[in-house]
Design a protein around this ligand. Sequence first.
Ligand SMILES: *Cc1c(COP(=O)(O)O)cnc(C)c1O
Length: 371
Amino acid sequence: MKIETLAVHAGHAVDPATGAVSAPIHLSTTFERDVDGSYPHGFMYTRNNNPNRQALEEGISALEGGSVAAAFASGTGATMAILQALAPGDHVVAHVDAYYGTSRLIREIFLRWGLGVDFIDMSNLAAVKKALRAKTKLAWMETPSNPLLKIVDVAALAEIVHDAGAICVCDNTWAPVLQRPFDLGADLILHSTTKYFGGHCDVAGGIIVAKNDNEFFQDVRRVQYAGGAVPSPFDCWLILRGMRTLPWRMRAHSENALKVANFLMQHRKVEDVHYPGLREHSGHEIAKRQMSMYGGMLSFEVKGGRKPAMNVAAKTKIFIRATSLGGVESLIEHRASIEGPGTTSPEGLLRLSIGLENADDLIEDLDQALR
Ligand SMILES: *Cc1c(COP(=O)(O)O)cnc(C)c1O
């Protein structure tokens, strides 16, 4: 099946009990045992598993071309589970440009826990090679990155990491459908489903998809039900509903973002535009190889730094000033002031999550805000 068809049908079946075409939400926390003590439907207690969570895990796993998946209450909860499946003393190589919350989680919790970590610029393959050690168990990549949309060559990196006997995680939150990490050699895919999967800024979630159901994934599964950071049945239902329109939304987000990026490129008050779909972007050639379209996220730098940038964000009428991404409405965000001290974001940078409005209206809005 092609991906649009998978998105509509994976994880969905007509409800055998009622004929309902849209799946029911199973709120029950507990499930009946048979007289012989078995669980005839495979469910026992909702933290361990639940019909809606199972459907979500099967659906997203099928969409990504994986074998199994484990869903969590947030993207960060999913990240936490991968790191907890490691052991104190293990070493991790993480992209220096990884999501801010991911590097904070590592710095504030997992260093104390005894994980060894090196943050490396993964666009520099030689630097990655040098950082790998005997104890390196895992490499954490993310592409396109936040907020500069830097591109990492997933296939080249996976080869180096596998040669060293470690596994590769790809945070694919920014480019679901558009980028196929398993085809490029990744072993695990992480999504914050809060973003494009949910797609409407109304549900938080995260998921880990594994290419193979191996020992490492079973450790992740153990963290899921023993740790308990599981999503509610309603949240699972909303995220799976979001998935049904995901391929078409990603196409529209990408088309709109390219138009907005081209507009910003020629604007005299704009210093720089970061969008991998632009020929001028440093990662464009790699992006062209590993992405089918370039996604809905971009950032640009306003000439003059922080104050003029804040002024632009203050004047937009359609773009909403808010963090997060992946919803139908366009968002604008001054990233440096969100991240605070230690940010790698330039002071004049504004990040845009391009929504599903008409691109001409978005361009007109930015044009008047820049005036
Ligand atoms: C938002 C995000 C996360 C964290 O997900 P939450 O659902 O907010 O916990 C991780 N990675 C990327 C790339 C993100 O954008």
